[in-house]
Design a protein around this ligand. Sequence first.
Ligand SMILES: *Cc1c(COP(=O)(O)O)cnc(C)c1O
Length: 218
Amino acid sequence: MSIASNLNSIKASLPEHVTLVAVSKTKPVSDLIQAYEAGQRIFGENKIQEMAEKWEEMPKDIQWHMIGHVQTNKVKFMAPFVNLIHGVDSLKLLQEINKQALKNNRIIDCLLQIHIAEEETKFGLDENELNELISSSEFKELKNIRTLGLMGMATFTEDKNQIKKEFQHLKSIFDSIKEKNALQEASTISMGMSGDYQLAIECGSTMVRIGSSIFGGR
Ligand SMILES: *Cc1c(COP(=O)(O)O)cnc(C)c1O
């Protein structure tokens, strides 16, 4: 199967309200161009330097999403062009993104990463930390970021019930902040990858991050 046909069949299976992020990490620009020529305009990368290199080489109507863990000292390298940062999980990082956004005279969109998986290695906030963060005065002062919603990654397991429970947990946290109107611009729940995106959509995902099902294994 070609990249274009993989992409087209995935796109055909997504409901209208779900945005597809084509995760192109580790893949060469020639692969990304195939997806671009098939109409894809949103790409996800997990390393800032690799994303910046691809941004320089690729057409400028692409939206670049940072889906990986972000180190504070590297924010400046993506601040001129990044469209959405998925994995934000601390006030310190938000403050740095805000500072770099201001320098670039931009507003940068972010998602707050919630820890829903069992593994300790996956980054993210728990529900209490999230509530504390978004109700803090420091957070409210950040005028050059816009928090569009939440992101999460399920446990790497074959157990569909476990994954479903974790996605439902993220959805319930999202619903509760919407109910409290704690994040006025929240509209996005980024959850679901190649192996679990259908389940994620059933559980309320509005943005799926799909790599290997489009570009092949890494
Ligand atoms: C790599 C990655 C993906 C895509 O994974 P696939 O299984 O290849 O679809 C999605 N989200 C994050 C955060 C990733 O690092």
